[in-house]
Design a protein around this ligand. Structure first.
Ligand SMILES: [Zn+2]
Ligand SMILES: [Zn+2]
Ligand SMILES: [Zn+2]
Length: 764
């Protein structure tokens, strides 16, 4: 009898793949078996309809699974199977396994959750093969219950019957449980004293609606939750010392979101998806939440309930939304252990709603925004990580570890041509985040069965912690250390995302270390993946006091204008209009002027992000940065209200043989317009448009010179929809194909992916 061995790779573990194979086999009278090999699913099949069987495997797959490859071969086999079986997982493995991300509660479970007659009625940990935690609870592979944190909750008899029945939705659903055998919730007060209440969720809603701030441990992390009223938001801001950064809100359903925000079909699809990210949508004219929720911004991050706990919360309240923000000390990783939550959030949360299932791998909510109909990841984390990118076109056999940049770090493990980008790690200049990075690497290496690396890729910056960690790890693994320029990594991701091998692109962001040792961030680069060439940039400007200028962008504005104003006139202008934006007022203005005169401690930058910040300061929109991107986000929001077409004249110069866009004359015109009484929103629009068109023009010139017909745009600046669209229009009008990130972060969240691509491609 013909025997066929079928091997399926992809997201095929923990998603009901084997019972699905079982059902198809039964239907087609196929005998043999299916088993998990840790890295893949193997099927041995005998029967008449083998061809149809193989075809059905790829077409009738479970909703959550993803097939990367399906291979089959005839094998010698003396045994005749009389039945089809699902075998236990085998520990032997090679290649890489793909662990599914955490998934939002499914429709079937939701129905049971709300059904009084169901034995899981109102059970906050309801889950099945199609939903629930995966990545955040898995300790090692193959993905089986005893290798997850569910191992502390042995199944009760009833659950075990479901678990063992291949025809049941909970067959081998590793997170399945019920109120007899699963985790449970407990409420604590601010002093960590337990509060005994029959229904801790209902009680929590009462506390929330009374204006208390609660820390709630969920599936892959912990949230701070509160009512969306001014007094409570300000209380939360005060306790977190988070002055202006917008908070995302969770709202019970689309109908409710519609009452305060606009969303189109794509945004709706993302909101409802099993990945369930925060989606940044536009406030509508009926928006009436207090301004303190997302000060000055024209948009707001919203998310639908994704865990059973969230659904139950909204079942008990009439509030249209709750603030839902990652529970962390700013800059540090989210707290996930009960003891840490109680001790570290003491004084921040008034009450705590915790459960006793451990989180192995924290995963912040993902954040997406659509720019002109194209999905832009602001943060790619829960629901997406660690689903890999297929990088086989660059390499099949190199093992690579790429460590990202410094802020907004993710890391990437490339193995067997699959690029596993980690969840959001954060700012690695904080000790705890740095430790989270190290733990994250160990964990992801473990669940992808990666024991060695050929290459370790890091940023070129000599002082990043990720760089020194890279040096250490490359020595430990005997791997070659590869340094990849920041914007080159951005460009490589863009090329991969759009399947091109050569392009000219604009890399516009806050900062990336350049090969001339200055801070780049408004660059025109040619890139063929293995190498790059700098074709143009914004004019180099001096940053008095370096990073201090980032926090207090008025210092930078003063520097930009230093050469285009007479000294006394400049001093007068700043003392009259901008003195409030300097911490030490007049004294500081004079000090900065002296610094500029002496050319002392004034590192050079071509950052576009900093120029947008300066426009924002010049217009009095944002004088001090309290969170990353604040000044330019507010600028975008103010500009979005303008319908004017007033323009700023652009001037281009040469610097070290490359064309540069003169940003000093842009800022000078911004100030003149403002002082001539042009509306702030109109100048804001003209200012950001000038930067966009200036970069667009240099990109077109560069692409023409290089004879390349694709122009791309990447870097955090391109989350700004107006800038992105201006560049697109300018470039397309001149006959070029315009590309941008569409399945990756435009910001630094995908630097590690780019580093992996560049380093492999060079070796490959
Ligand atoms: Zn389910
Ligand atoms: Zn049970
Ligand atoms: Zn960047």
């Amino acid at each position: 009898m013909e025997t066929v061995k079928i091997r399926v790779q992809g997201i095929v573990q923990g998603v009901g793949f084997r019972p699905n194979v079982y059902r198809i086999a039964k239907k087609l009278n196929i005998n043999g078996y299916v088993r998990n090999l840790g890295n893949l699913v193997e099927v041995i099949a005998q029967g008449e309809d083998i061809e149809k069987f193989i075809e059905s495997l790829s077409h009738e797959k479970p909703p959550v699974s993803k097939i990367n490859s399906i291979e089959h071969e005839n094998i010698e086999c003396n045994r005749i199977f009389s039945d089809f079986k699902i075998l236990e997982s085998s520990l032997s493995s090679s290649g890489s396994s793909v662990i599914p991300p955490d998934l939002a509660v499914c429709e079937n479970c939701l129905e049971e959750l709300m059904d009084e007659n169901n034995r899981r009625y109102e059970f906050p940990f309801i889950a099945c093969t199609d939903c629930g935690p995966r990545f955040s609870v898995i300790k090692s592979i193959p993905y089986d219950r005893d290798r997850t944190t569910m191992d502390e909750f042995p199944l009760c008899e009833e659950c075990l019957v479901e678990y063992k029945n291949p025809l049941d939705r909970r067959y081998h659903a590793e997170a399945s449980c019920c109120d007899r055998c699963g985790p449970s919730l407990r409420l604590y007060d601010g002093e960590s004293k337990p509060i005994f209440d029959e229904n801790p969720i209902k009680k929590s809603v009462e506390l929330l609606d009374d204006g208390n701030i609660m820390a709630m441990k969920g599936i892959g992390g912990t949230h701070l939750v509160c009512k969306v009223t001014d007094d409570v938001i300000l209380k939360l801001r005060g306790r977190l010392n988070r002055l202006n950064q917008p908070f995302a809100i969770m709202s019970p359903d689309l109908e409710t979101i519609k009452t305060f925000a606009e969303f189109d079909e794509l945004e709706e699809r993302s909101l409802k998806s099993i990945e369930s990210p925060i989606v940044v949508v536009k406030k509508n004219k009926n928006y009436s939440f207090p301004d303190s929720l997302a000060p000055i911004l024209h948009n707001i991050g919203v998310i639908l309930p994704y865990s059973p706990i969230h659904h139950l919360l909204f079942d008990y309240t009439n509030e249209p939304a709750y603030v839902m923000t990652s529970a962390n000390i700013p800059g540090e990783p989210m707290v996930i252990d009960n003891e840490d939550i109680l001790s570290e959030l003491k004084g921040i949360a008034d009450y705590f709603l915790l459960h006793n299932r451990r989180i192995v791998n924290r995963c912040d909510d993902s954040v997406v925004r659509y720019v002109d109909g194209v999905l832009s990841f602001i943060r790619r984390s829960r629901g997406y990580a660690p689903e890999p990118y297929d990088l086989k076109k660059y390499s099949n056999d190199l093992n690579v570890l790429a460590l990202g940049s410094e802020l907004d770090v993710t890391f990437t493990i490339l193995k067997n041509g699959l690029g596993f980008v980690s969840q959001h790690i954060g700012n690695t200049n904080k000790f705890r985040t740095y430790r989270f990075l190290q733990e994250g690497i160990d964990h992801l290496a473990n669940i992808t069965s990666t024991n060695n690396f050929d290459l370790v890729a890091v940023d070129m910056h000599p002082q990043f912690f990720t760089g020194s960690l890279g040096v250490e790890l490359s020595e430990n693994y005997g791997a070659e250390l590869v340094r990849v320029q920041h914007h080159h990594a951005h460009g490589a991701v863009l090329a991969f995302d759009n399947d091109v091998d050569e392009l000219v692109f604009i890399g516009a962001d806050g900062v990336g270390y350049g090969d001339d040792k200055t801070a780049w961030g408004g660059e025109i680069l040619y890139c063929d993946i293995s190498s790059y060439e700098r074709l143009g940039s914004l004019s180099p400007q001096r940053m008095p006091g370096g990073d201090t200028s980032t926090k207090y962008p008025a210092r930078f504005l003063l520097s930009i204008l230093y050469d285009v104003y007479d000294n006394d006139e400049l001093r007068r202008l700043f003392i009259n209009d901008y003195v409030d934006f300097f911490k030490y007022r007049e004294k500081e203005i004079d000090m900065v002027l002296k610094q500029l005169e002496r050319n002392f401690n004034v590192p050079i930058t071509t950052s576009a992000g900093r120029i947008l910040d300066s426009i924002s300061v010049a217009l009095g929109i944002c004088g001090r940065r309290t969170y990353e991107g604040e000044a330019s986000m507010k600028l975008e929001s103010v500009a979005s209200k303008s319908t004017s077409n007033i323009k700023i004249d652009l001037e281009f110069n040469k610097h070290e043989n490359r064309p540069v866009l003169d940003t000093s004359t842009i800022l000078k015109q911004v100030i003149e317009m403002k002082n001539n009484g042009v509306a702030i929103k109109d100048v804001a629009k003209a200012g950001q448009n000038a930067v966009a068109i200036g970069l667009g023009k240099m990109a077109v010139d560069g692409a023409t010179m290089k004879n390349v017909d694709v122009i791309g745009a990447t870097g955090g600046v391109f989350y700004n929809e107006a800038i992105s669209n201006s560049v697109k229009e300018y470039v397309e009008k001149r006959g070029f194909r315009f590309i941008r990130n569409n399945n990756s972060c435009a910001g630094d969240g995908s630097i590690s992916l780019g580093q992996a691509i560049v380093s492999t491609y060079r070796k490959g």
